[in-house]
Design a protein around this ligand. Structure first.
Ligand code: IPE
Ligand code: IPE
Ligand code: MG
Length: 246
């Protein structure tokens, strides 16, 4: 396999972890087994990201729309999340991984919220990598809450309409302190964003693979990163300008 260029790694990778259900169905197993297998991929991808020196990793673990799923599946996913957080604390501490979350986390079951905030607190001084879990997350909902907060600040007089810029608006999003993703990976072959980081992916490179999430391990991930390194990111400029910046 070709070698990755350590100087051209994405600073921030965001992943839509999709296909657990189909993975299980193909094996005549329950969807829950697929989700369990999926957490092994999470472990592998977090570890690999850290080894490579990727600074920001954001994982779409549960969307705002996923609350529509049957309650037993939601319950099982919440249980898995709770267990994952507890079992990974040591690895996060040993490897300097800081945990963060985005989304309407106040909707999560109290026990999960407790574990989540405890883990965030315990890992807050780790500086090697930030692992952000998107939980009860929706990009549109994120923008709506940002607009509400901005209007409140305008009413209070701490924000002025004329001062609203792209940067200012970004500060009102859950991702305020996070750079925009350089690479967005979606597993399971669906060509859609499913309400993930709508504002933030404006110029993100997108990689879609048919591999189902439980099968997406280190090797597949390295392939995605290699593919990313071959892209020419233009941000609206011409190809010539990108190759020979002024
Ligand atoms: C991703 O796998 C996990 C979550 C969305 C929580 P799915 O459960 O969506 O799996 P498919 O898409 O049904 O195969
Ligand atoms: C997106 O997957 C959400 C997560 C991976 C958490 P879904 O399976 O919920 O997306 P759709 O419904 O296929 O768009
Ligand atoms: Mg899905």
């Amino acid at each position: 396999m070709e070698q990755l260029d350590p100087d051209k790694l994405p600073r921030h990778v965001a992943i839509i972890m999709d296909g657990n259900g189909r993975w299980a169905k193909r094996r005549a197993l329950t969807r829950l087994v697929g989700h369990q297998k999926g957490t092994e991929s999470v472990r592998d991808i977090v570890r690999t990201s850290r080894e490579l020196g990727i600074k920001w990793l954001t994982l779409y673990a549960f969307s705002e729309e996923n609350w529509k799923r049957p309650s037993y599946e939601v319950k099982a996913l919440m249980g898995l999340l709770n267990r994952y957080l507890k079992s990974e604390l040591k690895e996060m501490m040993d490897n300097g991984i800081r945990l963060a979350c985005i989304g309407q986390t106040e909707k999560l079951p109290p026990e999960v919220q407790r574990t989540l905030w405890q883990t965030i607190e315990k890992t807050e001084h780790n500086t090697e990598m930030t692992l952000t879990l998107a939980l009860s997350y929706g990009g549109r909902q994120e923008i709506v809450q940002a607009v509400k907060k901005m209007l409140e600040d305008i009413e209070k007089g701490t924000l002025h309409v004329k001062r609203i810029t792209e940067e200012r608006l970004s500060e009102y999003l859950y991702t305020a302190d996070t750079p925009d993703p350089d690479l967005l990976i979606r597993t399971s072959g669906e060509y859609r964003i499913s309400n993930f980081l709508l504002w933030q992916v404006a110029y993100t490179e997108i990689f879609i693979t048919p591999t189902l999430w439980p099968d997406f391990r280190k090797e597949r991930y390295l392939e995605a990163l290699l593919d990313y390194q071959k892209r020419e990111r233009r941000f609206g400029s011409t190809g010539e300008q990108t190759i020979h910046p002024e």
